[in-house]
Design a binder for this molecule. Structure first.
Ligand code: DGT
Ligand code: CA
Ligand code: CA
Length: 576
């Protein structure tokens, strides 16, 4: 049975949630959460490693007990502890946790205050206006819960892009191994690099008689076959992810790829352009009367309507067709354009590797500089640094810069922006650093005016450089803070500050629309991994996907600049 890292992570995450609802030891809860993150983002397939031999690589934060659980999950698909907790708690608690916006704290509150133990009770409580009266909930949350319930009923759980990638890559490899298969591509929102996907849309080109549909149905991760014909199939994987597969002839591949990449709005706009030229465009090709005039490649489809190739990430009908027509499509930033990473952690706060290990790992993925930005003292759960420990790390970095070649380490901090907008460390410390990344880690629910003021005040600090994960959202978990992003961007521009696009798969914050706004306002965006371990530079790929969706080119990205070009831009600190 294939078990992906995401499956193991999901078990750990659920254990942590249930422990939290039970009011268990916070350290134990945190251990499971950390393990879930480490495992979920680990770049090699753990099940394969478990099957291969006795020793697992050392995973940060995963001791003997958790390693045992990893082995148990790989062998059985589940874990005794979780099964036991399921038996002890109302079964519907797990269902409640699946509602976006309802974390363990809130589920527990609803249980304690309103005795909500099931989705039905939750729905009734929300409809009768009882939820808004529970401390910490309010009217907005109540209506969000109702919305989430509706979405849940429609079966519309969206999956984070990085998680979908694990399932997609395994399935693509499986299909590619089938006799007669020439090409397999994941289209849809996955190819457009949307932060979450509703389902996977996979296109296959194969020789006649290839048993590809049979082999799809027999894939051991398929839980249910919803529909299956000669050229199309729809299946559900054990994880719950839906997959549509299409078998398309070679001569239609480009047209099908264009059609199933979408977005729907983009397709409709392209089809209308075609109609203006007397062409019919569908998933089988581009036709004039009954004659196919294009469709073997995507390029040929665009060419038929007089356009250059439009990158998938832009295909949302948000102005890309007009820009293409005017010859003004941006040259989008790529992973190779990144020269450095301005947000990472080490064992000094809540990271898993030393400064040196992180620097060498960054060099190995082709970066030329990194900024070490530990948490500041207020964030005690992450072992945030006080002034003394910051100064100690500065010395360590000086020493390492003398020792290492091919990579420069900048001294930084991820300083907490306190609720009143002041920073968690004094100027006397901040001025010793090359870069000051400021972040909100508390009081996420301030009203719009106050939240915006808080951030503006933080940027008033003469040493503030980059606003980290500006909206504070966690995909499927926490809504974005209510802030006036345009106002923040204009202030950043005025003050010479920058905004981050945090590439962690559950953040991707700034989002695409705000990236586009930053570009329009002339504010540079730093695409940062927020790495907590040497494998986390892999996040950058998703950050770049989001940056491309936001129309960013290399010139719009702060860390697409080499160190020499970067330094004068960090003038608030470095240029003094
Ligand atoms: P998702 O799955 O919700 O994350 O988003 P998509 O974009 O992958 O949407 P999906 O899976 O429903 O359909 C895949 C693509 O197929 C979509 O991006 C465009 C194309 N498509 C689907 N339905 C229609 C339609 O009614 N008209 C046109 N022109 N294209 C469609
Ligand atoms: Ca899809
Ligand atoms: Ca689909």
């Amino acid at each position: 049975m294939p078990i992906h890292n995401a499956d193991i992570a999901a078990v750990f995450e659920e254990i942590a949630d249930l422990l939290e609802i039970r009011g268990d030891n916070p350290f134990r809860i945190r251990a499971y959460r950390n393990a879930a993150r480490t495992v979920g983002e680990f770049s090699r397939d753990l099940k394969t490693l478990v099957d291969q031999g006795p020793a697992l690589p050392k995973l940060p934060g995963v001791g003997a007990d958790l390693e045992g659980k990893i082995r148990e999950i790989c062998a059985s698909g589940t874990c005794g502890l979780l099964e036991r907790m399921h038996r002890e708690m109302p079964a519907a608690i797990t269902e409640l946790l699946k509602i976006p916006g309802l974390g363990p704290k809130r589920v527990r509150l609803l249980h304690d205050v309103l005795e909500v133990d099931s989705l039905e009770q939750l729905r009734r409580a929300a409809r009768s206006g009882k939820i808004r009266e529970v401390p910490g909930f309010g009217e907005k949350t109540e209506s969000q819960i109702l919305q989430a319930l509706e979405q849940h009923d429609r079966g519309g759980q969206r999956v984070k892009l990085a998680v979908a990638a694990q399932y997609a890559e395994a399935l693509v490899a499986h299909l590619k191994s089938v006799r007669g298969v020439a090409v397999v591509t994941v289209a849809g929102s996955f190819r457009r690099m949307r932060e979450t996907v509703g389902d996977l849309d996979i296109l296959v080109a194969a020789r006649a008689g290839s048993p590809v549909m049979e082999r799809l149905r027999g894939y051991d991760e398929v839980k249910e076959v919803l529909a299956s014909g000669e050229t199309r199939a729809s299946v559900v994987l054990r994880s719950g992810l839906h997959v549509d597969v299409r078998l398309v002839p070679r001569e239609s591949y480009g047209a099908a790829l264009h059609y199933f990449t979408g977005s729907k709005a983009h397709n409709i706009a392209i089809r209308r352009l075609g109609q203006g030229r007397g062409l019919k465009i569908n998933e089988y090709g581009v036709f004039r009367a009954e004659t196919r005039i294009a469709g073997e490649t995507e390029e040929s489809v665009f060419e038929a309507v007089g356009l250059p190739f439009i990158p998938p990430e832009l295909r949302e009908d948000r102005g890309e067709i007009e820009a293409a027509r005017r010859g003004e499509l941006p040259r989008l930033v790529t992973l190779e354009d990144l020269k450095g990473d301005l947000h990472l952690h080490t064992t000094a706060s809540d990271g898993h590797n030393s400064v040196k290990e992180m620097a060498l790992a960054a060099k190995a993925v082709g970066l030329t500089y990194v900024a070490i930005t530990e948490h500041s003292r207020r964030l005690t759960v992450a072992r945030g640094l006080d002034p003394g420990r910051v100064l100690k790390q500065i010395d360590e970095i000086d020493r390492l810069n003398g020792e290492l070649a091919g990579i420069t380490i900048l001294k930084g901090i991820e300083v907490d922006i306190l609720p009143d907008g002041s920073l968690d460390l004094p100027d006397s410390v901040l001025k010793r650093l090359d870069i000051v990344v400021g972040a909100v880690h508390s009081a996420f629910n301030l009203p719009r005016g106050k939240q915006t003021e808080r951030i503006l005040r933080a940027m008033e600090s003469r040493y503030f450089t980059v606003l980290a994960h500006p909206s504070g959202r966690l995909l499927g978990e926490r809504e974005a803070c209510d802030v006036d992003m345009l106002k923040i961007m204009r202030a950043a521009k005025r003050r010479g500050c920058f905004l981050e696009l945090n590439a962690q798969p559950d953040r991707l914050d700034l989002n695409d629309v705000h990236c586009q706004m930053a570009r329009d306002e002339g504010v540079l965006v730093a695409v940062n991994s927020d790495a907590h371990g040497t494998h986390d530079f892999a996040h950058l790929r998703y950050g770049i996907g989001q940056a491309r969706r936001g129309w960013l080119g290399p010139k719009d990205v702060l860390n697409a600049r080499g160190l020499r070009e970067l330094k004068p831009l960090l003038v608030r600190t470095m240029g003094r």
